[in-house]
Design a protein around this ligand. Structure first.
Ligand SMILES: NC(=O)C1=CN([C@@H]2O[C@H](COP(=O)(O)OP(=O)(O)OC[C@H]3O[C@@H](n4cnc5c(N)ncnc54)[C@H](OP(=O)(O)O)[C@@H]3O)[C@@H](O)[C@H]2O)[C@H](O)CC1
Ligand SMILES: [K+]
Length: 492
């Protein structure tokens, strides 16, 4: 399946391009409606079904779906928001071809056990009102009985937000060509239920002409740096993690352990003198190095293959100087900057490089990039703008983490579980990113892989998860991803 995510504007361009290439929009609508009926028939037994149709082409898809369900013997009727004779274009044709019962949308219609929401899709331009809002509220708690066409009505396709917080929620959403931002961004993703992407016959070259650079995170987008059989630890890179001072060291160790589990050949915790014993007492495979002054941080930046600064690092003026020493080192390793490092640098005025990664959560992002946050319409645009501005990879953490590169590429992650929102989780993520960079991955890809793995760990662990568990379950997740020939070699 294609992992591309297209915006509403791109989807409109694909519609127009298809028509120009000889595939009429009426054909696309026919294929869309049939795909909806197919998805329903594959999942539900026949039952009284109402198809709620709106004034535009989303409604048109609904009329087509109703016709196919009727042909398959389903007890199905249409409830239309606007009089049938006011419909135009493809939707008018689609409605004319439906021979079943039709009602005006209202609370007095026959009781349906399944509702197909074909009120609004990509053309939603204002909040739901009137009968549409009433229906959304009536079915809000019955999402298990709702199938949405394209997006649950009321949700903006480009942002995943419900306008005025009124929308449908669905058990199944059937969309066309590719997912839209609303299918991967919260709360849209959660309101869609299962998402089916149907091919409706838009010509491949028409889709390719959009030059999409936004993807849903997936192993098909990247390949992990598996070691060669004769690999030496030095080839797998050296990650250094800067520790906080006395009694503030756990975060750095979590990060360091994640770096080791993530495959870094060597991992060192860079420790202020007062925390040296504390760190040394709790580390075995991970090395500890004392760092007294700015020169030590600059030196670490020179010798590492990736340097993590931020987890419980400290936010004093002295810490700021140490951070600047690392940033200013020449040449220097890619930096993974999180937590306190972001606080120290906010608002960001530094230019970084495309090898550096900033990993803010929303609060940190708003402080780091205040103007960008307030002027962006969604998390994808915000992260892209921040990456272009700071000239580095930016990873905006959340249930819908977005990773953007300064060249405009962006990935939205959809693995994970709410249990990952816990102390130390971000420290583990930073260490994992550094581990993958240290093994030679491009920083943008490294960040995408790390978030995907981190999310999978969250899914497997579920309730009771603590950050330490995330590092410990990584071998199982990595093993599943290992190529067959490596598995065969390991199994003799
Ligand atoms: N390539 C594809 O993926 C295809 C998708 N198809 C389907 O087409 C819709 C998009 O159709 P469109 O007609 O552009 O838009 P809608 O059906 O969502 O609705 C537009 C009309 O609704 C009015 N509107 C918008 N918001 C409201 C509201 N809150 N209350 C009342 N009316 C509203 C809008 O009015 P304007 O004043 O804004 O103009 C329009 O009249 C897509 O989602 C797919 O389902 C094609 O079938 C095939 C190709
Ligand atoms: K809809």
């Amino acid at each position: 399946m294609s992992r591309e995510i297209i915006t509403v504007e791109e989807m409109r361009a694909i519609d127009a391009g298809s028509a120009a290439a000889g595939v009429p929009t009426r054909t696309l609508m026919e294929n869309a409606g049939r795909a909806v009926a197919d998805a329903i028939v594959a999942r539900f037994k026949p039952r009284p079904t109402a198809v709620l149709c709106g004034p535009g082409n989303n409604g048109g898809d609904g009329w087509v779906a109703a016709r196919y369900l009727l042909e398959r013997g389903w007890p199905v009727w249409v409830e239309t928001l606007v009089p049938r004779d006011t419909l135009k274009g493809d939707a008018k044709d689609a409605a004319a071809a439906f021979t079943g019962e039709t009602y005006a949308l209202s609370r007095d219609n026959p009781r349906a056990e399944l509702v197909v929401d074909a009120l609004f899709g990509a053309g939603l331009s204002r909040p739901l009102e009137g009968e549409a809002a009433r229906a959304a509220n009536a079915f809000w708690k019955r999402a298990d009985r709702v199938v949405a066409i394209d997006v649950p009505s009321g949700i903006d396709g480009d942002t995943g937000m419900a306008l005025n917080e009124i929308s449908f929620g669905a058990a199944l959403t059937v969309t066309f060509v590719s997912k839209k931002p609303a299918h991967v961004l919260m709360p849209g993703r959660a309101l869609c239920g299962e998402i089916v992407v149907a091919d409706i016959g838009a010509p491949e070259d028409v889709v390719a002409a959009q030059k999409v650079s936004l993807f849903e995170n997936d192993p098909s987008l990247w390949s992990l740096p598996w070691p060669e059989p004769d690999a030496h630890k030095n080839e797998r890179g050296h990650v250094i993690v800067a520790s906080g001072g006395r009694a503030r060291t756990g975060a750095a160790r979590l990060s360091a352990r994640a770096a080791l589990r993530g495959g870094a050949g060597l991992v060192t915790v860079l420790s202020p003198p007062d925390a040296l014993d504390e760190n040394a007492a709790q580390l075995t495979a991970i090395m500890v190095r004392e760092a007294r002054d700015e020169a030590a941080y600059a030196q670490a930046a020179r010798i590492a293959r990736a340097l993590v600064i931020g987890p419980a690092f400290g936010t004093s003026d002295d810490h700021y100087k140490l951070l600047l020493a690392a940033i200013g080192a020449e040449p220097r390793a890619p930096l993974v900057l999180d937590a306190d490092a972001l606080t120290l640098l906010s608002p960001i005025t530094h230019g970084f490089t495309s090898r550096d990664v900033l990993t803010p959560h929303v609060g940190e992002f708003r402080r780091a990039f205040p103007g960008i946050w307030s002027s962006s319409s969604n998390r994808i645009d915000a992260t892209r703008a921040a990456a272009a501005y700071a000239r580095c990879v930016v990873l905006l953490k959340g249930p819908d983490t977005v990773i953007a590169a300064p060249d405009g590429r962006a990935i939205v992650n959809t693995t994970g579980s709410p249990f990952l929102a816990t102390a130390g989780s971000g420290d583990v993520l930073a260490g994992l990113i550094a581990a993958l960079i240290s093994q030679g991955m491009e920083s943008f890809e490294a960040a995408a892989v790390a978030v995907w793995l981190h999310g999978k760990a969250g899914e497997r662990l579920g309730p009771g998860l603590i950050a330490e568990d995330v590092t410990e379950i990584l071998p199982a997740i990595l093993n599943d991803l290992a190529p067959m020939d490596l598995k065969a070699a390991l199994n003799g």
